[in-house]
Design a protein around this ligand. Structure first.
Ligand code: ADP
Ligand code: MN
Ligand code: MN
Ligand code: MN
Length: 371
């Protein structure tokens, strides 16, 4: 990618080193910045705004409830536009450092009902039920995503054509194989700093496509951790003048789509002979395929229709399938799990732009609560 292309983004053109002069200014002892972060009316977009705090909170409920203009986030009409922001999780702020924080929030309408895109509340209900709590559900989510140049084309792709066919790029190294690794590295370190349990990363099959994994996270924190990791990714890419898209099929044709494979286990699955529980969960999932497809992207299956074609390492959206080490199945049981007869299953259906609260909610309700 040439310098000229980067300059087309006003963000990339700004001199980032100047900001250090101001970040080096001492911060008053009793003043902290909190970045309140929430999901907007698209169910996919993230929004945030900042306020000053006079003390360090110990828990989310120590933080003030705040409001914002929902008519500007596809969530309300002008005449009754205020939406409530209720803090639910706190992370260290890798951008401002010190004792400044990122605050993940749930959103509520003026009548105190959850907004249409607040999927966390229903998820939390399931996670808090005694049967689910007892099983300590673990989730490890593989977040795939694609870098776009400011013109909407995948970053680093020829402007009037296509890169060479897929093959050399997955886990690749070298200037002819890998694009924008510095954003990936920055994101990894920023997540570690923030206390997001990021556990790995790799370059993907399509050039300019990447993956990172978060987890295992327990219960509701799986959704919290993934949403914050996405915020951090968009925020860092913004500084580079690069767009991150979670579109599950950013380029039509013989180019891999992007998913959010969700690895899931219960206490029983992780115990000796847990494979019996894994098989039972797969049996239950096989009877609820359509319910899960609806929960696995923000448009109730419409987005995943473009991705789950049965090609490019996916299963068909219309059929449920499972298998050991099978990357063309809805559910894969990793080879090592089949051998040890315990561990976890991988649900390969969730779309890269899924709401992890909806995905983890559906999994525990089907597999544990047998709903
Ligand atoms: P893949 O081989 O599908 O690319 P990855 O290595 O990318 O797999 O991701 C594996 C994921 O599985 C990680 O997010 C990890 O945290 C998660 N994981 C590992 N063990 C468990 C478990 N017992 N329960 C739930 N998730 C798990
Ligand atoms: Mn993976
Ligand atoms: Mn992958
Ligand atoms: Mn996977």
């Amino acid at each position: 990618m040439s310098r000229k292309m980067l300059k087309d983004s006003p963000n990339a053109a700004l001199d980032k080193s100047l900001l250090n002069r101001y970040f080096d200014l001492p911060q008053p002892d009793n003043k902290f910045q909190a970045e309140y972060i929430w999901i907007d009316g698209t169910g996919e977009g993230l929004r945030s705004k900042t306020r000053t705090l006079n003390g360090i909170p110990n828990k989310p409920s120590d933080l003030p409830i705040w409001t914002y203009d929902g008519s500007s986030t596809y969530q309300a009409h002008g005449e009754n536009s205020e939406i409530f922001l209720c803090p639910v999780a706190i992370y260290k702020d890798p951008f401002r450092r010190n004792n400044n924080i990122l605050v993940l929030c749930e959103t509520y309408n003026f009548d105190h009902t959850p907004t249409a895109t607040n999927k966390r509340l229903a998820c939390k209900d399931a996670m808090d039920s005694p049967a689910v709590k007892k099983e300590e559900p673990w989730f490890g989510i593989e977040q795939e995503y694609t870098f776009l140049d400011i013109d909407g084309r995948p970053l680093g792709w020829p402007k009037n054509g296509f890169p060479g066919p897929q093959g050399p790029y997955y886990c690749g190294v070298g200037a002819n194989r890998v694009i924008a690794r510095e954003i990936v590295e920055a994101h990894y370190r920023a997540c570690l700093y923030a206390n997001v349990p990021i556990c790995g990363t790799n370059a993907e099959v399509m050039p300019s496509q990447w993956e990172y994994q978060v987890g295992p996270s327990v219960g509701i924190s799986a959704g919290d951790d993934l949403w914050i990791s996405r915020f951090i990714l968009h925020r860092i890419a913004e500084e580079y003048g690069v767009i991150v898209t979670l579109d599950p099929k950013p380029v039509e044709g013989n180019w891999n789509g992007a998913g959010a494979h969700t690895n899931f286990s219960t206490k029983a699955m992780r115990s000796d002979n847990g494979i019996i529980e894994i098989d039972r969960a797969i049996e239950r999932l096989s009877k609820k395929h359509n319910k899960h497809i609806q929960a696995y992207d923000p448009r109730e299956g419409k987005d995943n229709e473009r991705r789950l074609t049965g090609k490019c390492e996916t299963s068909s959206i219309h059929d449920f399938s499972s298998g050991v080490a099978n990357r063309n199945a809805s559910i894969r049981v990793p080879r090592s799990v089949a051998e040890e007869k315990k561990g976890y299953l991988e649900d390969r259906r969730p779309s890269s732009n899924c709401d992890p609260y909806s995905v983890t909610n559906a999994l525990v309700r089907t597999c544990i609560l047998n709903e």
